[in-house]
Design a protein around this ligand. Structure first.
Ligand SMILES: C[S@@+](CC[C@H](N)C(=O)[O-])C[C@H]1O[C@@H](n2cnc3c(N)ncnc32)[C@H](O)[C@@H]1O
Length: 376
């Protein structure tokens, strides 16, 4: 069967039409030694497999929308028996990328190879993903390449370096011109690097504001609750002005919003979550939204935020429920994450308390509580 990328089996390579190796040789020097890689339009997973073979400390989020290509990639990943590539059947568009950049995820390296000209708004996607990536490597066809798909999009890349500079404001380097199998005009392999910062507004998808600390009375929103600053070498992460240790990993809920889970299979996530909860038994809210997928498996975060008081059993039920839905629902159906574990009574109490505080202030609320006595 004709295939685009080389299929990397554990014991052999089935060559595809694409010249994968020359691209890999140009990308390889910029591979992180640890942390997370995002490969959008990953096809048969060639670059993800190369990356995990190169460095034991990296994990790859591999996103591929074409069902049959994604299924072939799934088979390859299963042959390798790896749990360091999470394969998701899904397509990235500018709305999804922009929403994602509002959350607290971060990638050491993002690959956008020969995929931007398939998307609805390449500029918005690059702006969003650059703001959440230490290094971003993209391949765009030459504007004069008549053999490339998405001809109407190509004109914008008459000067690819200037285009990436304009959309990212960062250092842009041409890693090389790379051959194309459908034309004699080579593509541009571009690297975006250097300092960048952003202020995510929420920690994860479908975050319930009642969970967090009180919002600013005047503006109604938290003032810069999160800050991610990349100095060109490492990431600095601050929560409400206080620097916290950055741990490489992607929020499990973010992965769920990218599309359908193909690999690793559900049991990996359910068992991994149980192990994470066992190793942090007094975590107050061990739900999927407080779990990172990392190169070493699932790991809990935000243990000090003891507001939820979920039980270990509730955590396991929630993980099993959401992972099953994640693995069975084809995108683009909406699959909102419902992770909040505040009971209706606590939600009402907290919501009323906040509304009252805004109107009568803290002292007023204290007075109302005294008046209500045990009811308050
Ligand atoms: C030209 S191939 C490039 C494959 C691979 N990135 C490479 O460079 O070898 C484009 C790939 O992007 C995928 N794709 C197309 N539109 C996409 C989208 N909106 N989001 C993610 N992937 C997409 C296609 O299914 C295909 O596998």
């Amino acid at each position: 069967m004709a295939q685009y990328q080389d299929a990397l089996h554990p014991d052999r390579v089935d060559l595809g039409e694409r010249d994968c190796l020359p691209r890999w040789e140009l990308i390889r020097p910029h591979l992180p030694t640890t942390g997370m890689i995002l490969d959008v339009g990953s096809n048969l997973g060639y670059y993800g497999l190369k990356a995990i073979g190169e460095n034991a400390g990296v994990a790859v989020v591999s996103v591929e929308p074409d069902p049959s290509t994604a299924e072939r990639q799934r088979q390859l990943l299963a042959e390798h028996g790896t749990t360091r590539i999470c394969l998701i059947e899904g397509a990235l568009d500018s709305a999804l990328a922009t929403q994602w950049a509002e959350k607290c995820d971060w990638f050491e390296l993002t690959l956008l190879l020969a995929v931007l000209h398939w998307t609805d708004d390449p500029g918005r996607i690059v702006r969003a993903l650059s703001s959440m990536s230490g290094v971003l490597i993209a391949e765009v066809p030459d504007s004069g390449d008549r053999g490339a798909c998405g001809q109407s999009r190509l004109r914008q890349w008459a000067d690819p370096i200037a285009w990436f500079r304009e959309h990212t404001g960062r250092t842009v380097t041409l890693l090389g011109r790379v051959p194309r199998h459908t034309s004699s005009v080579p593509s541009h392999l571009i690297m975006v690097s250097g300092p960048i910062s952003r202020e995510p507004t929420v920690p994860y998808w479908n975050y319930d504001p009642l969970y967090g600390p009180q919002r600013q009375p005047r503006t109604g929103v938290d003032a810069a609750p999160y800050q991610m600053r990349y100095d060109g070498e490492r990431v600095h992460f601050a929560i409400r002005g206080e620097e916290v240790a950055y741990r490489p990993g992607v929020n499990v809920v973010s992965l769920m919003y990218l599309g359908r889970l193909l690999h690793p299979e559900p049991a990996y996530w359910i068992q991994g979550a149980a192990a994470a909860v066992e190793s942090w038994p007094d975590h107050g809210d061990p739900m999927p939204h407080n779990m990172l997928w990392t190169p070493t498996g699932l790991s809990l975060i935000d243990g000090d935020d003891q507001q939820g008081r979920s039980t270990m059993q509730a955590s396991q039920l929630s993980m099993a429920h959401h992972v099953t839905a994640w693995a069975t629902t084809r995108p683009p159906s909406a699959r909102p994450y419902r992770g909040g574990c505040l009971s209706p009574y606590r939600r009402l109490r907290r919501g009323t308390g906040r509304a009252l505080r805004r109107v009568v202030g803290r002292k007023g609320v204290a007075r109302v509580k005294r008046l209500l006595g045990p009811l308050g």
